[in-house]
Design a protein around this ligand. Structure first.
Ligand SMILES: CCCCCCCCCCCCCCCCCCCCCC(=O)SCCNC(=O)CCNC(=O)[C@H](O)C(C)(C)COP(=O)(O)OP(=O)(O)OC[C@H]1O[C@@H](n2cnc3c(N)ncnc32)[C@H](O)[C@@H]1OP(=O)(O)O
Ligand SMILES: Cc1cc2nc3c(=O)[nH]c(=O)nc-3n(C[C@H](O)[C@H](O)[C@H](O)COP(=O)(O)OP(=O)(O)OC[C@H]3O[C@@H](n4cnc5c(N)ncnc54)[C@H](O)[C@@H]3O)c2cc1C
Length: 536
């Protein structure tokens, strides 16, 4: 009934909404939210209040001047009992005049690192009444007399966040494709330095250090797209099971979505920044789009669950899995490898060898965390303090798990798809999988040395494999970014346009500056001249 009421209006853009969960005082700790929705059975309404300054909603995109409705997450009180946070759909502005409704205080939160157009807002309520059917009642319900009917699973309230975290992985693939396209096209246009006196300046893309900065962004875009698709399929499967009343697979989905969201956003942000810096001074120009892209990408490390917090959620699941597995109980598919008790195998410098190595690293780190927590607890430390004291290692274990999942998924999905591709295309995709895998092996060589039988010779060989791959991929790099098929209007970059007219575009953009409208700026007469004449 609620979907019938709201969804068609939202789809037709008759109403514009946002998700108002985070408050000034709390974003991570949802049980600590302070906005209240108190049921009044006499009028069959909920009364919304923001009892403190820190209860004000803060951040929702589009809230400030755009949205006229929002989903408000509030502490539900009925018959004098607090039932925890629940979602309510609330109209905040008049649909005709767009004026805030009486009892609603809404505004804009101010300038941010980026996301300038997102119109993020704040929102407070003063005895603001909404009808009973404003509470989204698919799961938990409040009956007319105020009786509370519990959801069969309390965590279903958090379902929207799981959905968006799943989507974000694919979103990061997209941002990386934009960054890689701009930086690689520019690196093909840009010539700099003269290593050989009698030859022209080379394209900067021919410097191997430049390839090292950029090809990983290209490969990661593919890795995240493939992993995002796999995660989406998993999400759809879990959701189907939930619809038929089976929630057994939800914890695994939550655990894997948390760490994949965290690792893909962090990688995407740091690689987009590497793309920006790889363009030298011009990468610092707003017109290159790279600073804006960085601002957008790095925001994802915070929104939809701060990354460290999410990695710790996955770690919680890994520790539990370890404890379960140690008692001989079966584990979920993505965590089953933790219980691989076979002796550490001889290291192999192959894709499968490296993936197996990452699983060993992850399992070894989880075991290390469990031992430390157990030891601290035995010494009388509370479990919570032991957890906190172990949390740097827990985050590392969670990240290692995520790397193992991405590496295995990328390899498996590309191998599966390759059968239907032309051999040259399959070969190039395999090169990207190979490059991605070897890159991370070299990045995490310390961990591999700790937990696997990798030896110095293997590391040297991996380094050589990596450099060979850069060389093999180089001739196809521009073709590979063209294949992302991003239109110039979308790239919005002086450096990344298809035609490569970098210098012309930079000058055209500079000339658009209002500061170039007059030969002598008024500031000369107002400030500079008096200053030069000692009059200021
Ligand atoms: C909305 C956009 C709509 C667009 C739609 C269009 C669609 C298109 C999409 C396009 C995409 C690109 C978007 C680009 C633009 C983006 C713009 C920016 C958007 C940014 C939006 C936001 O930014 S919006 C706010 C997000 N704000 C968080 O993200 C809070 C984090 N904070 C928590 O999420 C919890 O607070 C936290 C930590 C788990 C602890 O919660 P807690 O204290 O209650 O829980 P505990 O830690 O005690 O855990 C108790 C047990 O619950 C288990 N569990 C916990 N969560 C669970 C869960 N979700 N599912 C299952 N199980 C769960 C856990 O695993 C434990 O299980 P067990 O007991 O068995 O171990
Ligand atoms: C661009 C942008 C758009 C957003 N859009 C929306 C939106 O549309 N709707 C909405 O509701 N919200 C939105 N948010 C808010 C966002 O979801 C929160 O900022 C985010 O969930 C982080 O919460 P926080 O700000 O409370 O960070 P905090 O939790 O205060 O984090 C601060 C630090 O404390 C650490 N920390 C916190 N708890 C723990 C813990 N348990 N263990 C270890 N370390 C911890 C974190 O790791 C971090 O280093 C948006 C945010 C941004 C930046």
């Amino acid at each position: 009934e609620q979907q019938e009421k709201w969804v068609p209006r939202a789809v037709n853009m008759e109403i514009i909404g946002t998700y108002a969960q985070t408050e000034l005082g709390h974003g991570t700790f949802l049980r600590g939210l302070e906005t209240t929705a108190t049921y009044d059975p006499n009028t069959e309404e909920f009364v919304l209040n923001s009892p403190t300054l820190t209860a004000y909603k803060w951040w929702p995109g589009g809230l400030a001047h755009t949205a006229n409705h929002c989903v408000v997450v509030a502490q539900l009180h009925s018959k004098g009992v607090n039932h925890g946070v629940h979602p309510f759909i609330v109209q905040i502005r008049d649909e005709d005049t767009h004026m805030p409704l009486p009892g609603v205080k809404v505004g804009e939160i101010g300038p941010k690192l980026s996301f300038s157009t997102a119109n993020n807002g704040f929102l407070g309520f003063d005895n603001f009444r909404v009808p009973r059917d404003s509470m989204l009642m698919k799961n938990a319900q409040v009956l007319k007399d105020g009786t509370y009917v519990k959801s069969r699973l309390s965590k279903l309230t958090y379902g929207t966040m799981v959905f968006i975290r799943v989507m974000i992985v694919t979103d990061m693939a997209y941002y990386l494709s934009v960054g890689a396209t701009i930086a690689i096209r520019y690196s093909a246009v840009r010539h700099q330095s003269k290593p050989k006196e009698n030859e022209p300046e080379p394209q900067i893309l021919d410097y191997v250090t430049q390839q090292h900065k950029l090809f990983i962004a290209l490969a990661s875009s593919h890795a995240f797209r493939v992993t995002g698709q796999w995660l989406w399929t998993t999400f759809v499967r879990v959701n189907k099971a939930l619809t038929s009343g089976n929630a057994d697979t939800l914890p695994e989905l939550h655990a894997v979505a948390c760490c994949l969201k965290a690792v893909t956003t962090r990688d995407a942000a740091s690689m987009v920044e590497a793309c920006r810096m790889s363009c030298g001074g011009h990468g610092y120009m707003t017109s290159s789009y790279l600073p804006i892209l960085y601002g957008i990408t790095t925001a994802a490390c915070t929104y939809e669950g701060e990354n460290t917090v999410l990695l710790l959620q996955t770690a919680r699941s890994l520790v539990k899995a370890w404890q379960k597995g140690s008692k001989g109980k079966p584990l979920s598919p993505t965590e089953a490898y933790l219980m691989d008790k076979s002796p550490v195998p001889k290291w192999e410098n192959t894709l499968d060898g490296i993936i197996a190595g990452f699983r060993r690293v992850s399992a070894g780190k989880v075991q290390d965390c469990v031992s430390k927590i157990d030891k601290l607890v035995k010494m009388g430390t509370s479990y919570e303090d032991a957890w906190n004291q172990t949390s740097v290692r827990l985050v590392a274990a969670s990240e290692a798990h995520s790397r193992a999942v991405i590496l295995a998924t990328f390899r498996a999905e590309v191998s599966r798809a390759a059968a239907a591709l032309s051999p040259p295309l399959a070969r190039v995709l395999h090169q990207l999988v190979h490059l991605y895998t070897v890159y991370w092996a070299l990045e995490r060589v310390g961990d591999l040395l700790l937990y696997t039988s990798i030896a110095e010779r293997d590391v040297q060989e991996l380094q050589q494999q990596y450099e060979d791959l850069l060389q093999k991929i180089r001739p196809n790099t521009v073709g590979l970014v063209d294949a992302f098929d991003l239109r110039d209007e979308i790239l919005n970059s002086t450096l990344g346009a298809y035609d490569g007219r970098v210098y012309e575009r930079l000058m055209e953009e500079a000339l658009k500056s209002p500061l170039n409208a007059e030969p002598v700026n008024q500031s000369f007469h107002k400030y500079l001249k008096p200053f030069m004449q000692g009059k200021l």
